[in-house]
Design a protein around this ligand. Structure first.
Ligand code: ORO
Length: 303
């Protein structure tokens, strides 16, 4: 059994696509049936439509991808009133990733998500590294994390997942603020701050200079943070994210304490990866004679 429960909602399986790496979920449907996925995360939604940052805003390095998209998205209204139904019709469980410019906006966006059953959960993005207002500034401040989490929790009955930033000294302090705000789950981690220099132009490659690093390079950081948070808060559900590119990576995250995983950057190389990982996980559990994935969650802690 691969199903995973977050608050009162049972997801089919623990393999999801990370926000911003899968469009709005319908771009890959020629390749496979997207309803096989545990859930699809929307691109980070804002109150109004956004064009995002000027280019260059994606840059590949040997260690992973730098992005400085700046929350380019269709705006929450279009998603809630229209786009999410296309996905729900295909039996895809949608999680809306919301990104407010102010604390208040998070509440307003959560309220909009309440308008439809097509959205199964809300992922609160307090960790976008590429915007001037809000974004990661919220996610490095315990008081803001607490206020935003409580506000969203008081606004919706849907499961509330808080996506945290790795760009902090002690991730467990940030996690504690979300736990105290009554978050139902945490996503760990968003991208790690990085940079690339163009040596011919003698300046940073990205328009924004600093950008978010994703891919295999950040997997050890993600694992470490999942482990630290699960060790300190055994009852909180964690969705592991960061550098997963094969089923073994996913198993590492489960053993560190994650109950589900999100695949992001690796999708660009292999759009089939999430469905293959689901199959591989089934085989792995069968071979180990493990009936429920729950049995391996966090087993690496205190061994
Ligand atoms: N980029 C990230 O790496 N994380 C986010 O949450 C958002 C963005 C972006 O839109 O730039």
């Amino acid at each position: 059994d691969l199903s995973v429960k977050i608050k009162n909602y049972k997801f089919k399986n623990p393999v999801m696509t990370g926000s911003g790496t899968y469009g709005y979920g319908d771009e890959f449907e020629e390749l496979y049936d997207p309803s096989l996925l545990g859930a699809v995360l929307s691109k980070g939604l804002t109150m109004r439509e956004r064009g995002g940052n000027p280019p260059p805003r994606i840059h590949e390095t040997p260690a992973g991808i730098l992005n400085s998209i700046g929350l380019a998205n269709m705006g929450i209204d279009r998603f809630v009133n229209d786009k999410c139904f296309n996905l729900a019709k295909k039996n895809i469980d949608v999680i809306a990733n919301i990104s407010g410019k102010s604390i208040d906006e998070f509440g307003k966006m959560a309220e909009k998500c309440n308008k439809t059953d097509a959205i199964k959960a809300v992922e609160v993005n307090v960790s976008c590294p590429n915007v001037k207002e809000g974004g990661m500034a919220f996610g490095v401040d315990t008081e803001n994390i607490y206020k935003i989490t409580s506000l969203v929790k008081n606004t919706t009955d849907k499961p509330v997942i808080v996506k945290l930033s790795p760009n902090v000294t002690d991730i467990t302090e940030m996690a504690q603020a979300a736990v105290e705000g009554k978050a139902d789950a945490l996503t760990l981690i968003n991208t790690l701050l990085g940079m690339a220099i163009d040596i011919k132009k003698e300046k940073p490659v990205m328009y924004n200079k600093v950008a978010g690093l994703s891919g295999p390079a950040i997997k050890p950081v993600g694992l470490r943070m999942v482990y630290q948070v699960k060790e300190k808060f055994p009852d909180i559900k964690i969705i592991g994210s960061g550098g997963i590119s094969c089923w073994q990576d996913a198993v590492e995250y489960f053993m560190a304490g994650a109950s589900a995983v999100q695949i992001g950057t690796a999708l660009f190389n292999d759009p089939m990866l999430p469905v293959n990982i689901i199959e591989d996980l089934r085989n792995y559990l069968m071979k180990k004679n493990v009936e429920k994935i729950d049995e391996i969650i966090g087993i690496a802690i205190k061994k």
